[in-house]
Design a protein around this ligand. Sequence first.
Ligand code: SF4
Length: 258
Amino acid sequence: MNFDLLLELVKMAHELGIPSTFVETNCYWCGNDKTTRKRFVELLNEGLNGILISVNPFILEYVSPMRTERAIRLAGDVFGRNTMVYQEFVSQQFRRFKIKEILPFEEYLQKTSLQSLSYMELLPIGRVPYRLGYLFQKYPARQFFGESCSEELRRNWHVHIDNYRNYITGYCGGISLGDARDLDSILQGIDLDDRPVIDALVTDVGELYELGRQFGYSECGEGYISKCHLCVDVRKHLVHHTDEFKELSPSEFYTQLE
Ligand code: SF4
């Protein structure tokens, strides 16, 4: 969306000696060969090591596979074997089923099969329980009591920083460990007394449920597809009823869940 800023970031990463940098793209911008090649070359010249081309049925709802194919071909020319296609299976599937245009997710499923999803990382988290919950088996809340998220919330090998500068471990969007600009204080440790939601989650998801009930949360009659569904549903309720929990940030995350 902001190519000049991306170039600047790549340049900074290169100057700082950060290894193995790559950019992940959904290829929406790859409308013609000339611009696509030019931008790849510019990124390479600023020190970018590789490109990751995202291919999945959700991007297919907005981006023509013709653009994705163009990106794969030209990235191969420019970045060689440092071109990653994630996921190659889906890319081959589009070719096999001659899918060349944008397609709604339900039509993709009709054309291929429900089985296709078993090859994808469809994490039962975030908006998935609300939009695609019909694909999953559901369980009562108590099914997930006793499970701790200590590992997920202490994860140090794959983190995200959202566009509000929140530091997020793994895939737990909407749970901020702090301001990513102040990494030192995050690395010193999180004061759990100051962040009751995180305190509950590292102990037992059931404790988050109890915290939610104190603020009027009631169990969803249809059940939950995963512990993350229960977690995000309680958090959504909390954000809508109180601003007491600063770790539930950004609030915008919770307005986009339905
Ligand atoms: S239950 Fe919540 S905290 Fe635990 S992994 Fe899922 S989203 Fe993250």
